[in-house]
Write a protein that binds this ligand. Structure first.
Ligand SMILES: Nc1nc2c(ncn2[C@@H]2O[C@H](COP(=O)(O)OP(=O)(O)O)[C@@H](O)[C@H]2O)c(=O)[nH]1
Ligand SMILES: [Mg+2]
Length: 241
């Protein structure tokens, strides 16, 4: 069972001053509206209604936080989340690129998102959700270029791969990797940018994305520590002399 299945709604934020005081690693999901961000989050967390898959894109201009670790999967939704036990946060950023938002809203978006992704220390990595048929729109590039100077990883998820033929998928993946590899810093060093194909419909890439997010959030180290603890506390597992 994936640790991401523990995800629970934690809080929603409309101003940077209201960001949660938690210090656990955050993994933020960004993407153009309609790219499939909510659908991907829901499938990765195995919960249909976790992130709101909206029929009216562009409506949600706030940042939603989902906690991992503060509650067990089987717990009732209404049971309180144990804040001390939260190990990571999944962060659903407002979708962008919605044609009908006004200039003011765009500016507000730019500040909220730009400030959060550039300045939030506990932000560990960015997951950039893009439609595999038209990745790297201007605003996707904007996100990438805002975040690159932090030196933190970006993992790109190319959604709706079911809409592409096998050949088209291979090409899309290769082109996306080439695009990411074309970014280098002043010393000519590449950035920690990765990419994969994904389809919620055909369930492609779910394991790959899950493993990546768990690694980026440091939850795999948690797992290793828990396992070591179990072996330590288990006499049968003690090394033989
Ligand atoms: N064919 C296909 N459609 C998808 C997939 N993921 C999402 N969609 C559709 O794309 C639209 C936008 O999805 P949504 O998750 O709300 O996008 P968001 O605006 O980025 O959160 C919806 O109609 C989804 O049903 C997928 O893997 N395959
Ligand atoms: Mg959405």
């Amino acid at each position: 069972m994936s640790k991401l299945w523990q995800a629970r709604f934690f809080t929603t934020v409309n101003h940077l001053r209201d960001l949660p005081k938690t210090t656990v690693p955050e993994i933020a999901f960004a993407g153009r509206s309609n790219a499939g961000k909510s659908t991907s989050l829901n499938i990765l967390c195995n919960q249909k209604g976790l992130a709101f898959a909206s029929k009216t894109p562009g409506r949600t201009q706030h940042i939603n936080f989902f906690s991992i670790g503060g509650a067990h999967v089987a717990m009732h939704r209404k049971d309180p989340t144990n804040v001390d036990e939260i190990r990571a946060m999944l962060v659903d950023l407002p979708g962008y690129g919605y044609a009908e938002v006004s200039g003011d809203v765009k500016l507000y978006w730019q500040r909220l998102l730009g400030d959060y992704i550039q300045r939030r220390e506990q932000l560990a990595a960015l997951i950039l959700i893009m439609d595999s048929r038209r990745p790297f729109t201007d605003l996707d590039i904007q996100m990438l270029e805002w975040f690159a100077p932090t030196g933190k990883p970006i993992h790109c998820i190319l959604t709706k791969a079911d809409k592409l033929t096998r050949n088209e998928s291979t090409t899309a993946l290769r082109q996306a990797q080439a695009k990411l590899d074309s970014y280098v810093d002043e010393d000519g060093e590449g950035f920690p940018f990765t990419v994969q194909l994904f389809s919620a419909l055909k369930r492609i890439g779910i394991e790959e994305a899950t493993a990546k997010i768990i690694e980026l959030a440091g939850l795999d180290q948690d797992e290793a520590a828990e396992q070591a603890e179990r072996i330590d506390g288990d006499e049968d597992g003690a090394p033989q002399a």
